[in-house]
Design a protein around this ligand. Structure first.
Ligand code: DIR
Ligand code: MN
Ligand code: MN
Ligand code: MN
Length: 312
């Protein structure tokens, strides 16, 4: 099978440096080699990590409270074109982030390609401790990595082309096709947005109550069979025990095995069109600690599971 790879060394959607080092760390640990040699994928796209330095303006003051708005907008716009090119060629797309703001680009790219190729609406499975559905106005932090779902569903709109105004209708996903898994740190404004729009969300509470097996059944039933799926996986959905090296860890999360299971179930649908792995920050580990290594290993495991490693 054909796999398009986009390695995104970008951290401007939040304030902690280091998340841009994740793609190199994931690749250095052998992820792409494993996908090629063990899972049999034909890889497209070079192994160079895109830093998009030419797209980051020297002067980028806040707009509607958003930090680095022009940089994040320009970089995600470029990512959308890269991802779209792979998806339009019929490739499964793997994007290695980078912070979660980059999903504005990856999801815009796949949803456009799926519309063009199949005339269908795509579903989005967002695995995360956080809902990332703040609008610029509800956001307390101004970090765009807390806003991608709002921009991708049209809840947040902006006229200015250089600040996400480039996101046209063809790049949006219906809120009815969004499913969350793993939530446990959702801002008050986000809770209101989720409630008012009836967004399908499985929090850690739901996973404790029903078990991950039943939750995945319900999540996939909501999406419906034969619907193309984009899986956006924030490594902070995992408990910090498994993935400590991430910018905003929250205790009480998924075990690595539960994360792998989510990815396996999505693979099993046969409808996966793209996966993002984001928010691995190899620099956020206490010295002499194995945290960074463990987090990279966990990230590799999630990706391999989504791409079919567990099939016997
Ligand atoms: C918070 C944190 N809801 C914000 N979001 C994070 O900044 O909007 N997302 N950490 O991954
Ligand atoms: Mn998160
Ligand atoms: Mn928080
Ligand atoms: Mn996130």
């Amino acid at each position: 099978e054909e796999l398009g790879v986009v390695a995104v060394g970008f951290s401007g959607g939040q304030c902690k440096p280091g998340v841009d080092a994740a793609p190199s760390a994931l690749i250095a640990s052998g992820l792409l080699t494993q996908l090629r040699d063990e899972l049999g994928y034909t890889l497209h796209g070079d192994e160079t990590v895109h830093l998009y330095r030419d797209l980051v303006p020297a002067h980028d003051p806040p707009h509607r409270g958003m930090k680095n708005p022009r940089a994040v907008s320009a970089v995600t716009r470029r990512i959308a074109d890269q991802v779209h090119a792979h998806a339009a060629a019929g490739r499964l797309v793997l994007t290695l982030g980078g912070d979660h703001s980059i999903a504005i680009g990856t999801v815009a790219g796949t949803t456009r390609a799926v519309r063009e190729r199949l005339g269908r609406e795509m579903a989005l499975i967002w695995v995360d401790a956080h809902a990332d559905i703040n609008t610029p106005e509800t956001s307390g932090s101004g970090n765009v990595h807390g806003m991608p779902v709002a921009f991708l569903t049209g809840l947040a709109k902006e006229e200015r082309e250089d600040v996400f105004g480039w996101l046209g209708k063809e790049s949006l996903v219906s809120l009815r096709k969004v499913v969350y898994i793993g939530l446990r740190d959702v801002d008050a404004g986000e809770k209101r947005i989720l409630r008012e729009n009836g967004v399908k969300a499985f929090s850690m509470f739901d996973i404790d109550r029903h078990g991950i097996g039943r939750v995945m059944e319900m999540a996939l039933a909501h999406i419906g069979s034969d619907t193309p799926i984009h899986l956006s996986f924030d490594v902070d959905a995992l408990d910090p025990m498994w993935a400590p090296s991430t910018g905003t860890p929250v205790r009480g999360g998924l075990t690595l095995r539960e994360g792998d299971y989510i990815c396996e179930c999505v693979h099993e649908t046969g409808s996966l069109v793209a996966i993002d792995l984001v928010e691995v920050n190899p620099t956020l580990a206490p010295a002499n600690d194995t945290g960074a290594h463990e987090t990279v290993r966990a990230g590799c495991s999630l990706v391999r599971c989504a791409l079919g490693e567990s099939l016997l």
